[in-house]
Design a protein around this ligand. Structure first.
Ligand SMILES: [Zn+2]
Length: 305
């Protein structure tokens, strides 16, 4: 029975995918369709799928692996990736992986590495995790890969979980960085968390802090107060709950910016534990595995003062 379903899902995914590849024969296809549009039928199928998850995951994994291989073969033969269509398929694969939440860490990391090797940043993949699709293009000239900011945030969280699990570094300008700290521009500028604050992407900022984004380099050259000023300056309604929350999250993660007498042993311990977990790529997942009461877990998750 399971085999029958598996076959059906595989056929359905492959036929959606084959339509995409066929459409590539049409030279206007790329000009007329965004990555989001071309991946949408596949994602709709995945979202509406009600059968066994393992079957869906297995078929999605096969599809993602075949796309990564296709891209790899092309790049190897041509010595570069100037085929924009082949490259766009990687974003389709990224959506298939995140939409289905397939659990294959190794495959996800391979896919992200392929994207990073060509793009030298995650800008094209992830701008849709900072802005709603219509705003995204206006602000960044990058078309969102996703249907909504919500979907983008979910995908970012999914990618971070898997790159953390694999303890993966991406080398950017000679420096190994975690995905959560990989610059959004090739030239080594645009730290994701600083970009998120400067562009008022507060939910994205929170996601990055939860996953252990490291602002130490930035703070060393700019001082913490400049980041706090940025939180306030760039957001005119600067006492909205979101801004207040953003400021709180930032000071909880960086108690060292407070006056000496305001810093408590609790705060400094939290910082030390979070730094330790982060070195092991275990933020936020490692907090829940600690043998401590729930209230302390919430404290470590930066949910409490
Ligand atoms: Zn490529």
């Amino acid at each position: 029975m399971e085999n029958m379903v598996e076959k059906e899902v595989a056929v359905a995914l492959e036929s959606h995918f084959a339509q995409l590849v066929d459409a590539y024969e049409n030279p206007n296809f790329y000009q007329n369709n965004t990555t989001h549009q071309i991946s949408e039928p596949l994602c709709q199928y995945i979202k509406q799928f009600e059968g066994p998850r393992e079957v869906l995951h297995k078929c999605c994994k096969n599809l993602v692996v075949s796309i990564v291989e296709k891209h790899k073969t092309y790049v190897k033969a041509q010595k570069n990736c100037n085929n924009i269509l082949i490259h766009m398929l990687l974003y389709v694969a990224a959506r298939v992986a995140s939409c289905s939440e397939m659990p294959n860490t190794e495959v996800v990391v391979d896919l992200l590495s392929a994207i990073f090797d060509c793009d030298k940043s995650f800008r094209n993949l992830l701008m849709g995790a900072y802005f709603e699709p219509d705003v995204c293009f206006l602000v960044t000239h990058v078309q969102s890969v996703f249907s909504s900011l919500e979907e983008g945030l979910g995908a970012y969280r999914y990618f971070l979980q898997h790159t953390n699990k694999a303890k993966k570094y991406f080398v950017s300008n000679g420096f190994p960085r975690r995905m959560v700290d990989t610059n959004l521009q090739e030239a080594g500028i645009g730290h994701p968390a600083v970009f998120a604050i400067a562009n008022r992407c507060l939910r994205t900022f929170k996601l990055l802090v939860e996953h252990g984004t490291n602002l130490d380099d930035y703070l060393e050259s700019h001082s913490a107060s400049s980041l706090l000023e940025m939180i306030q300056l760039f957001i005119p309604e600067n006492n909205t709950p979101e801004v207040k929350f953003c400021r709180e999250v930032f000071t909880r993660e960086h108690p060292e910016i407070l006056a000496h007498e305001e810093q408590t042993l609790m705060m400094l311990s939290r910082k030390a534990i979070r730094r330790h977990l982060n070195r092991e790529f275990e933020l936020p997942s490692g907090i829940d595995a600690l043998p401590i009461p729930g209230i302390l877990k919430r404290y470590l998750h930066l949910d409490l003062d």
